[in-house]
Design a protein around this ligand. Structure first.
Ligand SMILES: Nc1ncnc2c1ncn2[C@@H]1O[C@H](COP(=O)(O)OP(=O)(O)OP(=O)(O)O)[C@@H](O)[C@H]1O
Ligand SMILES: [Mg+2]
Length: 645
């Protein structure tokens, strides 16, 4: 106990010492010295944010070994920002657009005088993106501010206009902005115009303490008081001081406290136009009115707004809003459409929550599939499940060939895709429901989650045809997909050392196919005997993916050519290398144990040998991520659904 107490004390002391060592206090004169040593201390809000985003690192999306990513992005260069990468999935292009806004704004392009506006459906990550930016500021370390200024303003504002040119030259910085009325008053009254003695200090960004981060929630339309934005005059002080005395000012509106950092407008278009004008003036002119008769106040802040598409369309339709529209950079934040990334979203949310139950294999994948199917637009080129797989960077096999549909073309045809459909929150709720419905309350699995999704879809407030479509996804497409996966899984659990068997089949197939194509013989690996290629064996693999008759010759040539090219590129060749062949081999293995796995799984009573096999399979499943409870559930499900008699 005393040990832990000592540890607590040490941690607290170290933290305090650390904070104090980073704190700095001095006068303007001393601050000028610091700036001369390091002109980068002086930064406008957009430049600071840009640095926060890029400091963590940037890479190209194609710098990866993931073949799916390469297939999806091909040579399209998309920058991946590490600052967002561990929290945001499948929206690389959205993030890149946000980063581009800050890049131009940091260079004082037109963007520095425009609002960054995120528009997208519910639960697409808008708030989370803004929050990430705010956290980035909070973690970015201290900035220098005039001590006691309600707006933490840049100390260089103290330098009078007529001296600025000279100071700028000496310091190598640009000085922008003017003192707020409160500081102006203090310079005169407290310091007798000796502004060089004015105290300067360090401050850190904090959303909670309203330092450098201001938030504007949608305001009650009956109470559109602009004090939320620009502060107010303290009525109690109006008795003490004359009108026009800055001491009556409470500069504590969101635009005041967000100076130096950012101001977030939540559901922005729910506000009256009057509010929006204050927002626009703040970005465009970088000034806001001070309450009462105190003139204008300079502000330097990143303004980020967000809302859903319906509100945006309504706002856009009103012609009187044209001037505002022109000052907004719109970034669409659609739902993610990549299966692998959708799964990561729920893994993240679960990790950050109190959800502690066991999640059976394929559970999040099935839920994610449903979410994505609901977001896709129909195309004449393929069915939606195929589209989902292509968007996931997978190769889809049809009649022994990979389907030649370009995912990017599909995307280009469906501009609105991702702007509607099932939200991340709907899925999370289904996971929660599945958990509270489970008897022991400690495990969710694809079956219980699909059940929960079906119930929620039935109850949800949806147009009839949409509901019908969603139920079709759940009861048909997803059901089939899951059964396929389940059979694969059970096969793997049944086949002793599945991986090796698959590789052995693959090597054997290659040997014989190569000999067949080159009209040579196969040398037996053990007996060194020269044999004719075994066509019966080749066919037994090929027929798994419906390659029969005259199609076989072409297929064998393709396999050899593909793998030859891959090995020349230095890729390691395995049974997974060529998608059609991989599928054929997996199916072959599946067929080889189908009878036995069916009999053993379905049997009510098992003899000794069968019991042994069953136990070995169950043990394998347990080793592959199942828990005792879901092993039971999925095997019963398989027995009832997989092998129809
Ligand atoms: N592409 C994504 N990557 C990572 N997490 C995501 C993604 N999309 C949504 N999320 C997660 O989903 C949850 C809901 O997102 P968030 O609250 O940010 O949505 P929103 O767009 O602000 O929704 P609303 O319009 O309802 O306010 C959050 O936990 C968020 O992190
Ligand atoms: Mg939100």
């Amino acid at each position: 106990m005393d040990d832990t107490k000592a540890t607590f004390e040490r941690l607290i002391k170290e933290d305090r010492a650390g904070r104090e060592s980073r704190q700095w206090r001095g006068t303007l004169l001393e601050y000028l010295d610091k700036v001369r040593d390091d002109p980068y201390l002086v930064k406008l809000a957009h430049a600071r944010m840009h640095e926060v985003i890029t400091r963590a690192g940037v890479r190209d999306v194609n710098e990866t070994v993931d073949a799916r990513i390469k297939r999806l992005f091909k040579d399209e260069p998309v920058r991946v920002y590490e600052f967002f990468a561990d929290q945001f999935f499948g929206i690389e292009k959205v993030v890149a657009q946000i980063a581009r806004y800050f890049h131009s704004a940091a260079l004082k392009g037109e963007e520095s005088r425009q609002v960054l506006y995120l528009m997208g459906p519910v639960g697409s990550g808008k708030s989370s993106l803004v929050e990430r930016l705010q956290r980035g500021l909070a973690e970015s370390g201290p900035f220098f501010a005039i001590d006691g200024c309600p707006m933490f303003e840049e100390p260089l504002h103290l330098i009078p206009r007529h001296l600025r040119r000279e100071f700028e030259k000496m310091l190598g910085v640009h000085i922008e902005g003017d003192l707020c009325p409160v500081c102006r008053y203090r310079v005169r009254q407290e310091f007798g115009e000796r502004y060089e003695d004015f105290p300067v200090t360090t401050a850190t960004f904090s959303k909670r303490n309203r330092r450098g981060v201001g938030i504007v929630p949608p305001v009650d339309p009956n109470n559109q008081d602009t004090s939320v934005l620009i502060g107010s005059e303290d009525i109690s002080k109006l008795d003490l001081y004359s009108e026009g005395d800055p001491r009556v000012l409470d500069l504590n509106g969101a635009l005041n406290v967000g100076n130096r950092g950012m101001v977030e407008f939540i559901e922005v278009f729910k506000n009256e136009t009057e509010y929006l004008h204050a927002m626009i003036t703040a970005t465009q002119e970088k000034v806001i009115p001070a309450p009462g008769r105190h003139g204008m106040v300079y502000v330097d802040t990143v303004i980020v707004a967000h809302s859903n598409e319906a509100e945006w369309q309504k706002f856009k339709a009103d012609h009187t809003n044209e001037a505002i529209l022109d000052r907004i950079v719109v970034v669409k934040v659609p739902y993610n459409l990549r299966l692998s990334e959708e799964v990561k979203i729920y893994q993240k949310i679960i990790r950050n929550s109190d959800f502690r139950a066991h999640v059976a294999p394929h559970t999040l994948e099935m839920a994610s599939m449903f979410a994505i199917l609901s977001r896709l637009e129909a195309t004449p080129k393929c069915d939606l499940m195929t589209k989902l797989k292509l968007y996931n960077g997978e190769e889809v096999i049809e009649k022994g060939r990979t389907k030649k549909i370009d995912a990017r073309e599909l995307r280009d045809e469906a501009k609105r895709e991702g702007m509607s459909g099932i939200s991340t929150r709907f899925i999370m709720k289904a996971l929660d429901n599945a958990l509270s419905d489970s008897i022991e309350g400690e495990c969710i699995n694809p079956i219980s989650v699909r059940e929960a999704l079906i119930n929620m879809t039935k109850e949800a407030d949806l147009p009839d045809d949409t509901r019908k479509q969603y139920l079709d996804f759940l009861q048909d497409a997803l059901h089939k997909e899951y059964l396929e996966q389940l059979e694969k899984e059970i096969t793997k659990a049944f086949v002793f050392s599945y991986q090796e068997q698959a590789e052995a089949l693959f090597q054997n197939y290659l040997d014989h196919a190569e000999a067949y194509v080159n009209k040579t013989k196969v040398r037996d690996r053990n007996t060194k005997e020269e044999l004719h290629p075994d066509e019966g064996f080749l066919k037994s693999i090929e027929e798994q993916i419906a390659i029969i008759g005259s199609a076989a010759d072409g297929f064998r040539q393709e396999v050899i050519a593909y793998l030859w090219a891959a090995s020349r590129r230095g890729e390691r060749i395995s049974y997974r290398s060529y998608e059609p062949l991989k599928e054929a081999i997996e199916k072959k293995l599946m067929t080889s144990v189908r009878d036995i796995s069916r009999i053993i799984t379905k049997a009510r009573t098992r003899d000794e040998e069968q019991s042994e096999k069953y136990d070995a399979m169950a043990k394998n499943l347990l080793e592959n991520g199942y828990c005792p409870s879901c092993v039971d559930v999925v095997l019963k499900y398989a027995a009832n659904n997989l092998w129809k008699d």
